[in-house]
Design a protein around this ligand. Structure first.
Ligand code: LLP
Length: 428
């Protein structure tokens, strides 16, 4: 079921007409559907449970939502209420997760460059697991843990050296990527950590990339992870948890259909059969992407006599950077479709660089200046990657629930923007 649907010729988010949101809040604006967020989380949890996957205690596996995908507090709180954990990559994200009501024991902390202060904060907070990405990081964690007098629960992020397919900028599981330790390092470091009084190695983790549209690379990576668990156990080392990361792709319009959560879960159940291990997951996109749109207004239609046709929007690459950065495809739909023939256009924003192009040569339904359009599947890596480039104000965020809606991040004012900066004394 889709919670962004046309009703009587205009697009709604759940029971809220998008025209109403645009009128009240202005554009560009991100709009999220609570029902879609909840459904995605629940479908994934059900698929994992029905495939017989469990956590260490025999309960449903930990689903640590990847905060980076959409870190709005209201989005996090919506998921936290359903029992979601949080996969975080900075102190800021840990603080967001806590503020949204995610209990520390459901928070995991990943990332190749964690700083001592962040590690200290994570340990003081009592989060579930720190994912160790390198040997020097392991030493730093041990040192911080000793300083606090509190051993650190760690998992080793292993780089399974598997090509996940998809865009090179979001593949993470190859041996030449910066993420995680190799298999040989993992074996050596796990044994070392097990004999360090300040480290408590609970398991392993891997994450091979994002928007993965085939099960095979994941299956290959997970098999290697299983084999590593078996090798470690054969050496007498305890391995309680395998955190299989995120990465499951979503159906962006016109793109290859990704595997369903049920197929993903069944594949994992097959790979892990008989292993007796607690499983955890770090999904981001699969939960948030199709739960959000970016609503924008057409400023002009610029038709060059020589032939190119540009649809100029009030949204730009600073609001949604995925097309510029990954050549990502986002379906662009009119909020109130007009009768008439489709036509080819380039859709661009007002930012002063050619990269501020959302799409080229796209066949689009009829559009006129003043029309509203929705960038579909913009709930993940949309607002969370936005910036104020060109001194454009950050787009606000709205969360819908049934007939209700609320601004969950207001558009800042220009005064807010300027007030964050200061003049050095010598310029006064
Ligand atoms: N776990 C770790 C350690 C990660 O690095 C990521 C994403 C995830 C989980 C969540 O992956 P997901 O389930 O969302 O695929 N900005 C890019 C995507 C970057 C993904 C980075 N890591 C984009 O817009 O496509």
């Amino acid at each position: 079921m889709n919670h962004f649907e046309l009703r009587d010729g205009e697009m709604f988010c759940e029971d809220v007409p998008l025209l109403k949101v645009a009128e009240a809040v202005g554009t560009p604006v991100y709009v999220y559907s609570s029902a879609t967020l909840e459904r995605h989380f629940t479908v994934l949890r059900t698929a994992l449970s029905e495939a017989g996957l469990r956590d260490e205690a025999g309960g449903p596996p930990l689903i640590a939502y990847a905060v980076k995908a959409n870190s709005n507090l209201a989005v996090l709180a919506t998921l936290a209420r359903l029992g979601a954990g949080a996969d975080t990559v900075s102190e800021g994200e840990i603080r967001r997760a806590l503020a949204a009501g995610v209990p520390p024991e459901r928070i995991v902390f990943s990332g190749v460059g964690k700083q001592a202060g962040e590690i200290r904060f994570a340990l003081e907070t009592g989060i579930s697991e720190i994912n160790v990405e390198s040997e020097p990081e392991m030493r730093l964690i041990a040192q911080v843990a000793q300083g606090l007098g509190r051993p650190a629960r760690i998992a080793f992020r292993v780089n399974p050296d598997v090509a996940a397919g998809g865009h090179a900028k979001i593949a993470t599981g190859g041996a030449d990527n910066k993420f995680g330790v190799s298999f040989s390092e993992a074996e050596r470091l796990y044994a070392e950590a097990a004999s360090d009084p300040w480290l408590d190695p609970i398991g392993l983790t891997c994450h091979i990339g994002s928007q993965i549209s085939r099960l095979e690379p994941m299956e290959a990576a997970f098999l290697r992870m299983r084999e590593l668990v078996e090798r470690l156990r054969a050496r007498g080392l305890a391995v309680h948890r395998l955190d299989l990361g995120g990465g499951l792709g979503v159906p962006y319009f016109n793109q290859p259909e990704p595997p369903t959560p049920a197929a993903y879960a069944a594949m994992i159940a097959g790979v892990m059969a008989g292993l007796e291990i607690g499983l955890a997951f770090e999904p981001g996109r699969v939960i948030a992407a199709n739960a959000g749109i970016l609503l924008a207004r057409v400023l002009h239609i610029h038709e060059r006599p020589e032939g190119r046709r540009f649809v100029v929007l009030d949204a730009a690459m600073n609001d949604l950077i995925r097309p510029a950065m990954y050549d990502a495809y986002h379906d662009i739909r009119p909020v109130r479709p007009r009768p008439g023939a489709a036509a080819i256009a380039d859709v661009v924003g007002p930012v002063c660089e050619t990269g501020d192009t959302f799409t080229r040569d796209r066949m689009l339904p009829p559009l006129e200046a003043g029309d509203l359009v929705a960038f579909m599947s913009a709930g993940a890596y949309g607002a969370s990657m936005s910036s104020e480039y060109n001194s454009r104000l950050l787009a606000p965020e709205v969360l819908v629930r049934g007939r209700d809606w609320a601004v969950v991040r207001p558009r800042p004012t220009y005064e807010d923007m300027l007030a964050r900066e200061a003049r050095p004394p010598w310029l006064d």
